[in-house]
Design a protein around this ligand. Structure first.
Ligand SMILES: [Zn+2]
Length: 132
């Protein structure tokens, strides 16, 4: 089930919620810290949903994942290898675009800024590789 991360504008704390697609449609954000409804979806970094963290781990040394976050080109290369192994059908349409940008040296933050659709409600789940 995808993880959605939210950030409360009142107490500025973040929290995560596990929601299915169907649940997300009807989800009313509510801060668990201060009960505020002044909560916005928080996108920390580019994430791709590959369903299962162990699949990702099998494709990359987990100890390298943190380093990859600060090395967009290495991350792009790793993601391209993942695509080869997983098959294109599992991946969102934005995957190639993101990989290309990473390989050009754009940071995940920049890519999110350029591709706001990555954080659309409808696309939220498909971009969920947690590299942290
Ligand atoms: Zn709050």
């Amino acid at each position: 089930m995808p993880t959605y991360e939210f950030r409360c504008a009142d107490c500025r704390k973040r929290y995560e919620v596990f929601l299915s697609f169907a649940d997300y449609d009807g989800y009313k954000p509510l801060c668990p810290h201060c009960a505020s409804t002044n909560v916005a979806r928080y996108i920390r970094k580019v994430r791709f949903s590959l369903g299962d963290r162990s699949r990702l781990a099998s494709l990359a040394d987990p100890e390298n994942l943190n380093a990859l976050e600060s090395d967009p080109q290495a991350l792009g290369k790793m993601m391209r290898e993942m695509k080869t192994q997983l098959g294109a059908n599992d991946l969102p349409g934005e995957f190639d675009e993101v990989v290309n940008r990473l390989e050009r040296g754009q940071s995940p933050d920049e890519i999110e800024h350029d591709l706001p659709e990555l954080s659309d409600d409808s696309g939220g789940d498909t971009m969920d590789v947690d590299l942290g």
